[in-house]
Design a protein around this ligand. Structure first.
Ligand SMILES: N[C@@H](CCC(=O)N[C@@H](CS)C(=O)NCC(=O)O)C(=O)O
Length: 275
């Protein structure tokens, strides 16, 4: 692992998925031996100092770079995939308070002005779910598989559950996390009626998950796949709220949540939030 540099994360403002937060890593020097347990060791990670040059779209720089912040759910998804694959990467903070995500050079990485963006050599990507799929395919021989080694039918089923997360689970879960977690961080008040409505929608999704997870250990099959991994960021925030009862009251869903949130790779992502 290369030199670990000082990192000052920037409190965020402009999105509910990027709330204002206490500065992360302020004046903190990280080193490969920084963590005290193997399971949460972040030795794959190098932080770019705030004072380092802004992100550039470079065709010469090698290595994986993630432009984002650990607290953003979409960034967390990408970090989880990188840790599962045991890949070295550099996390480059985006100064969202200063609107860096809406300006060049970040817009060259994602013209929609949202984090995260990934650079891998001369390849530049955005959209967290597309990035995790790239990581899983490109580095298929590294780390955890993140896909079932089964037949085409299993692969097709995995795609179904990837879509279910993006189309059915996340729109509800993210709005609920906004009400229950992020609004408070913005100094806004949770709307109980919105929570009730969103929880009503979420239980319908979770009932379907309960039925699915009584047939296979994970969503797509008996292996942990990206379809499971993509749920982790929203789950992380919701399990810290009263909405966790919706998960805990469904035995198969509860088991699944416990299994996927206790994976060492995810533990490393969560550890970044606490630093
Ligand atoms: N679909 C995108 C969503 C990205 C996204 O919403 N990022 C948030 C932070 S989690 C962001 O950049 N918000 C700032 C904004 O939308 O202006 C992905 O999965 O990458």
């Amino acid at each position: 692992m290369g030199t670990i540099q000082r990192f000052v994360a920037i409190p965020l403002q402009s999105s509910f998925l990027a709330p204002p937060i206490k500065p992360l890593h302020s004046s903190l020097h990280l080193s490969p031996s920084h963590s005290n347990s193997n399971s949460s060791s972040n030795s794959n990670l190098k932080f770019r100092s705030k004072a380092s040059p802004s992100p550039t779209v470079s065709v010469t720089m090698a290595g994986i770079k993630v432009h984002g912040v650990p607290m953003s759910t979409a960034t967390m998804r990408v970090l989880a995939a990188l840790y599962e694959k045991d890949l070295d990467f550099e996390l480059i903070p985006v100064d969202m308070r200063a609107g860096a995500h809406k300006q060049e050079p970040f817009l060259s990485l994602n013209p929609f002005g949202q984090i995260p963006a990934l650079q891998d050599g001369d390849l530049s990507l955005f959209e967290s779910r597309a990035i995790t799929e790239y990581i899983a395919e490109e580095y298929s021989e590294k780390g955890e598989k993140l896909e079932c080694p089964g037949c085409k039918k299993v692969k097709a089923t995995t795609k179904v559950w990837l879509q279910v997360e993006g189309q059915q689970f996340d729109p509800v879960a993210s709005k609920l996390a906004f009400e229950r977690v992020f609004k408070g961080m913005f100094g806004k008040t949770t709307d109980p009626a919105a929570v009730e409505e969103l929880e009503g929608k979420l239980v319908k999704v979770l009932d379907i998950y309960e039925a699915r997870l009584s047939k296979s250990e994970f969503l797509a099959c008996d292996c942990f796949t990206l379809a499971d991994l993509h749920h982790l960021p929203a789950l992380h925030y919701l399990m810290g709220t009263d909405s966790k009862k919706l998960f805990e009251s469904r035995s198969k869903v509860h088991e699944w949540v416990q299994k996927i949130t206790s994976r060492p790779a995810w533990t490393k992502v969560v550890a970044l939030l606490k630093q």
